[in-house]
Design a protein around this ligand. Structure first.
Ligand code: ADP
Ligand code: MG
Length: 461
């Protein structure tokens, strides 16, 4: 498009108009990094970093977006945001307050502890909106106890683990927010292990270990999220171990989260692992339908959107994987309603979730998975449920467990039951073993993907 010199492009004009309509912070968080792609017919097309981002933006700022677009391009103009390339699912979803790598501290020797306002505690993660159910009751009450008396309970360190989307980040940040509220004089440091790692690397590069220690070893509450990220990063682990010891001995509170229990953190320094297991280890499990409904109800109230009961029930009934997917589905429905300018109703919810809900392979049963896998390896499926440990049976069993995890919504604990009462850590081990092989052995990958496809296509063979 040819622009007269000095005038704004439609994209720039759109931004300028939008900036006048929403807060500076919202603009910076959500719109600054959108990448313009093209202008087709009065439709501004842009690329977003995450699909979830897209939902959120539309729900939150749909009105302002269309006002700004209309101002620039006339009635009927819109902004469409496409997710960027990959499927975007998984754990890297929405992080409205992206943890920033702490900028390195002033060169001048600070006399007091440097201000820790770069911690990325998100105020939306609180206990009052962390809905309780059987799957998280224990974890929630341990976390509350810690938040009320940091460093003074038996829950030190508090180690929370569970699958993606079950509420680890929410829960550990709720601790941080509550301590901040009740003890303004306490230094609370929340960060992802990823940030810790990068900070550590920066420290090594710039030789700032004194500053580094000043931060980490003086906090009252240290919350390290997704500690599985540190597996294999030995130096960072050792540094963390020293930090951990210093804090622990000074009676400070340590809170850790991970997607697996301490003993399954491979490549973790042994002494670190045994330390991690020394406090209180507790898992988060998927929630039952009633609790899932309560979460949706609560979210709808927070968003101040009225959602009919049948729609809540429909979502809770169909989205069983985890709480993050649950929320996403809800946001999807709200986004659709706002886009189509319709009331939220069952037909709308069905349309909004068509892809997600039909994709769910609910007809695949673990029985079938066992049959198909055993058959492929030329053995009776009973072998998979027995204690046989020959290499061949173990291999088939690992694959069958992996596929049960992938294709059904059973918890790892339940999957273990189907395999002759193996425990949950055996299932985790099987999944990890298969994942590792998938990434290095192409033939193996073919076999597993083939089995997976066959089961998905005709679950009842
Ligand atoms: P994890 O860190 O385990 O992957 P998150 O803490 O990010 O999971 O949770 C995913 C989403 O689900 C978040 O938006 C969180 O607020 C929400 N969520 C998880 N558990 C609950 C719960 N018990 N009550 C309300 N919301 C929840
Ligand atoms: Mg998390």
């Amino acid at each position: 498009m040819i622009q007269p010199e000095g005038s704004l492009s439609p994209w720039e004009a759109f931004h300028q108009s939008l900036r006048g309509r929403i807060s500076e912070q919202a603009y910076n968080t959500w719109f600054k990094d959108l990448v313009f792609s093209e202008l087709v017919d009065r439709q501004l097309l842009a690329v977003a970093p995450e699909p979830y981002f897209l939902d959120y933006v539309i729900v939150q700022f749909g009105q302002e977006i269309s006002q700004a677009a209309t101002e620039v391009l006339g009635v009927g103009a819109t902004l469409s945001i496409k997710p960027n390339g990959n499927n975007g699912g998984g754990d890297r979803a929405l992080q409205p307050v992206e943890p920033q790598i702490p900028s390195l501290l002033p060169t001048k020797e600070p006399t007091t502890l440097p201000q820790l306002d770069w911690t990325s505690l998100n105020p939306k993660y609180r206990f009052d909106n962390f809905i309780e159910g059987d799957g998280n009751r224990m974890a929630r009450s341990a976390a509350m106890a810690v938040a009320n008396n940091p460093g003074e309970t038996i829950f030190n360190p508090l180690f929370v683990y569970g699958d993606v989307g079950l509420g680890k980040t929410h829960l550990v940040q709720a601790i941080g927010n509550m301590v901040n509220a009740n003890h303004p004089d306490f230094q609370v440091l929340y960060l992802s292990s990823d940030t810790f790692y990068h900070h550590f690397i920066e420290m090594l590069k710039s030789n700032r270990s004194t500053d580094f220690n000043k931060i980490y070893r003086n906090v009252n509450v240290l919350i390290l999220d997704d500690i599985q990220f540190l597996t294999g990063k030995t130096k960072t682990q050792i540094e963390f171990f020293h930090t951990f010891n210093t804090l622990y001995q000074a009676g400070r509170q340590i809170v850790l989260s991970s997607d697996r229990p301490p003993k399954d953190l491979e490549g973790m320094e042994f002494r670190l692992v045994s330390r991690l297991g020394s406090g209180f280890t507790i898992d988060l499990q998927p929630l039952d339908e009633e609790t899932r409904m309560a979460i949706l109800q609560n979210r709808a109230e927070e968003e101040q959107v009225a959602i009919p009961a049948d729609v809540i029930q429909y979502i809770a009934n169909n989205i069983t994987s985890n709480n993050r997917d649950l929320e996403r589905a809800l946001i999807h429905v709200m986004a659709m309603a706002s886009l189509m300018k319709e009331q939220i109703s069952m037909p709308l919810a069905r349309r909004a979730l068509r892809r997600i809900v039909t994709q769910r392979p609910r007809t695949v049963s673990i029985d079938n998975i066992q049959k198909v896998v055993a058959n492929h390896f030329g053995m009776p499926d009973t072998k998979l449920r027995e204690k046989v440990r020959t290499k061949q049976v173990a291999n088939a069993r690992h694959i069958a467990m992996f596929l049960s995890h992938r294709l059904t919504s059973f918890t790892k604990k339940d999957i273990g039951q189907y395999f002759g009462g193996k425990d949950h850590s055996t299932v985790i081990y099987a999944i990890q073993t298969v994942e590792k092989k998938l990434s290095v052995d192409e033939d193996y990958r073919q076999v597993v993907e083939d089995l997976s496809r066959r089961l998905k296509m005709s679950p009842d063979q």
